[in-house]
Design a protein. Structure first.
Length: 126
């Protein structure tokens, strides 16, 4: 990904031309390891390294986003299922609460009726 600079000497300002420093095509060329480094070559290496880093970071971000999207989808599905179960339980609980109230009233009425019958049976035995 990165080229080792080594001990290559940098040319003096008099050896560099303006074309070497500002030519964008010069940036894409791979320099000869024995050739002197120019500003254009260094810029090219910097642009190449920057592009590699951007590509790598974008790739990593996309991987992480894909994982997060999968997690959010799974959590959304889980939340939907949980909401359905809670709704079902709430409906069932309301129905059972009504049943309990009805049967409690019925039980109280039967207890009263049983007590009344017991009292009547005692009166007849006297």
């Amino acid at each position: 990904m990165f080229r080792k600079l080594g001990s290559t000497q940098r040319p003096s300002n008099s050896q560099r031309t303006e074309d070497e420093e500002s030519d964008p095509d010069n940036c894409a060329q791979t320099p000869d390891p024995k050739a002197p480094l120019t500003i254009g070559i260094l810029r090219g290496m910097l642009h190449e390294a920057t592009a590699d880093i951007k590509t790598h970071v974008a790739s990593e971000i996309n991987k992480q986003l894909a994982g997060l999207k999968a997690d959010v989808t799974a959590l959304s599905s889980w939340a939907d299922q949980t909401e359905i179960r809670i709704s079902t339980l709430a409906t069932t609980t309301a129905a059972r609460t009504q049943d309990i109230a009805y049967f409690h009233g019925r039980m109280t009425a039967l207890e009263d009726s049983l007590e009344d019958l017991n009292n009547r049976s005692r009166r007849n035995n006297i």
